[in-house]
Design a protein around this ligand. Sequence first.
Ligand code: TIU
Length: 222
Amino acid sequence: MPTIAEAQPFPFAFDARRTALIVIDMQRDFIEPGGFGAALGNDVAPLARIVPTTAALLHACRAAALPIVHTRECHRPDLSDCPPAKRDRGAPNLRIGDDGPMGRILISGEPGAEIVPALAPHQGEYVIDKPGKGAFYATDLGLYLERLQIRTLIFAGVTTEVCVQTTMREANDRGFDCLLAEDATESYFPEFKSATLAMIRAQGAIVGWTATTRQIAEALKE
Ligand code: TIU
């Protein structure tokens, strides 16, 4: 069984035949200027820096024939799945559904909702559009993983403390062992990223483990 000896807070052993990769929301709306992330007042440059690492993680997981799930946070064009409590938050210059330089902000089918080209899903990989922060909420992700008898999830994507952490916690409650690729996730706030990694690992991996992309790729070769 592959083991990542250097994983934190302690070594992580997993059955690769029961493991899937979940890449959270690596969309133009969060990573490129003019999207939802920028409209919320964030500097998006730090998020773009993890694209090469995430590509390397995808490459390693594809080589090991792991099932791959890509999520996209976006809403129906009529906003029927976007509660006012979400659309009204913050003081953005553009709100969800408004017209922006990459089409309507965070709307399914618009250019901004697409995954960045360097991380584009391959044929046969599962793409889930999700209206919430957690990828299990109002989607068939749980059903898909159950059908494949998946027990362990490797996570990457953005942002660490919002959609990645929420989905890891949802997965943890559903009985999955969770591993976060610490250099293939990023936040608009460096202190939130480091706090999230610490929270996940604390209390004996209360939410899960963390490891680097290189450590994960090495283990997948075992
Ligand atoms: N704002 C922020 O940090 N994140 C989100 O709104 N969504 C995701 O994390 N995908």
